[in-house]
Design a protein around this ligand. Sequence first.
Ligand SMILES: [Zn+2]
Length: 125
Amino acid sequence: MVEFAEAKRIARNIVKGVCPEGYGSLCEAFKRLRGQFPSKSESWFFRAIVRSLVSVRKVGDRHWVVAGIREFGDNHPLYNVWLSESGKYMCDCYYRQWGYKRKAEICTHIAAVLLVKRQRWLSEF
Ligand SMILES: [Zn+2]
C-alpha cells in the first residue's frame, strides 16, 4: 500500500500517460479499463487509480472492501464490492450514497477493484 499523497502523484502521472517506474502492471490495467469505459473522465480514472493503490482489500472469494476517501466525496469509512454469480459487480454506495438511480453506473470503488484484479492477472505472467 502507498501513502495517499504519493498515490495521488502516481495516479496523476498514469492518467496523463506517464507510467512511473515499477507500476507497469497498473498502467496496463488502467489502459484496459479506459478501453472498457471510454466515456469516463480523467478524474474518474484518477480516483479509481488512487483507490486501487491505497484502499482495496479482498475479504472473500467475491467480496472486497474499499476504504472511503472523504476528499473523493465518500461519507462512509468502508464500501463493500461484490461480484455476483452472473459476473455483475455491485457496490453498496449505490444504495447508501446515490440512491437507486445510480445503480446502472459503475462507481470508482468497483473500478479500483477491477484495477487491482487486473494487475494481479498481469503480474502472473
Ligand atoms: Zn461504490
